[in-house]
Structure formats: structure tokens, C-alpha cells
Design a protein around this ligand. Structure first.
Ligand code: COA
Length: 161
């Protein structure tokens, strides 16, 4: 798996990150399917250890990575595709103000069947001041500290600078 992530990252098609919370590995966030040319887009996937779920770790990680994608990497659009029944994941993008674009019927083959997914997206123009700033403005009191705080960060994964 690490070899695959590294190879995709080196080809410019993926940005794999690991998430640390209080010095421990707590999850993963990957921007995959990156397409350049006239699209400059990628889709975000993530999971967090259930021991730290519900503390705002993932909204913070997504905000950090989306800002990196728009400001440093040069992507124009990011999207997150979520099964309608996945309320926790839908809350992540709702809290960050992603735009809901609609339903992709039978979009991905998961657990033995083709599953519908809701599409949420953002373009760079929609967050001129950045998603971290937006998150701070609407953030929760118990959210992890944002950049420049030791201990909490989304770090580039294998194959990334
Ligand atoms: C979806 C997921 C990444 C959310 O990460 P998170 O860091 O817990 O995000 P948040 O803290 O913002 O919580 C989001 C929602 O999870 C739910 N939640 C709260 N506490 C929780 C807990 N202890 N355990 C599970 N879910 C909880 C709540 O609905 C919460 O929304 P709220 O803040 O409005 O109450 C995480 O639940 C996860 O890894 N799920 C399994 C993998 C997955 O579904 N990935 C996404 C595929 S699209």
C-alpha cells in the first residue's frame, strides 16, 4: 500500500497524509484522482481512529489540506463523495461549508454493491481567505489547535515533501 501511495504521489496524482493527534497516529487523509490540465481537481477521502472521533480532528485536517491544495499545490477544485447514510462524514463537510452538488447513483463499489454517493465540493474562489480561517470562525471550543501549535498536524505521508 505504501508503495502504491508513493508511486501515485510521485506521479502527481495523489497527496497522501497521515493525521497525528497529541503525538499519535490518528488517521489518514488522501487527496486522490488528481487531474491537471483544464480541470485541476482532486477528491478527498479520510478516516480517523474512533478513539478520537467527535473532537473535530477531521474538519481541522480537511481545512488544512484544502488550503494546501488551493494555495500551494495549485488545485482549483476539491470534492468529497459520501454515502448518504454516513452522517458523521456529512457533518465534516457541512461544518466546513462545502457545497452539496447532488447524488451520484451507484457511484462506487463498496461492500459488495454499487453505492450511491452525495457529492460535496469547493472551488478556490469560494474560500478566498482559506478554509482554516473559515473553520476558526465557526470552529468549536474543543477543536484541536490549528497550525503553529505543537502536537497536532496533518503531515505529508509517504512520497510527499
Ligand atoms: C467521518 C469521520 C472522519 C469524522 O471525523 P471526526 O474527527 O470524528 O469529525 P467530527 O469530530 O467533526 O465529528 C463529526 C460527526 O461525527 C459524529 N460523532 C460525534 N462523536 C462521535 C464519536 N465518538 N464516534 C463517532 N462519531 C461521532 C457526530 O455526528 C459529529 O457531528 P457533530 O459534531 O455535529 O456532533 C469519522 O467518523 C470516521 O473516520 N468514520 C469512518 C470512516 C469514514 O466514514 N470516512 C469517510 C468516508 S466518506
Amino acid at each position: 500500500m505504501v508503495r502504491h501511495l508513493r508511486s501515485e504521489a510521485n506521479a502527481g496524482r495523489m497527496l497522501p497524509f497521515v493525521i497525528e493527534y497529541r503525538g499519535r497516529l490518528a488517521g489518514q487523509l488522501t487527496v486522490a484522482g488528481i487531474t491537471w490540465g483544464s480541470m485541476c481537481s482532486g477528491h478527498v477521502g479520510y478516516w480517523v481512529d474512533e478513539a478520537v472521533a467527535g473532537r473535530g480532528v477531521m474538519p481541522t485536517a480537511v481545512a488544512l489540506v484544502v488550503d494546501h491544495c488551493f494555495r500551494t499545490v495549485g488545485l482549483h477544485r476539491v470534492e468529497v463523495c459520501i454515502r448518504p447514510e454516513n452522517r458523521p462524514s456529512r457533518r465534516v463537510v457541512e461544518k466546513l461549508g462545502f457545497r452539496e452538488e447532488g447524488l451520484r447513483p451507484r457511484y462506487l463499489h463498496i461492500d459488495g454493491a454499487w453505492r450511491d454517493h452525495l457529492v460535496y465540493a469547493l472551488t478556490a474562489e469560494e474560500v478566498p481567505d482559506g478554509l482554516v480561517r473559515r473553520r476558526r470562525a465557526g470552529g468549536r471550543d474543543d477543536a484541536p489547535h490549528l497550525p503553529n501549535s505543537p502536537g497536532n498536524a496533518a503531515h505529508p505521508g509517504p512520497g510527499m515533501e
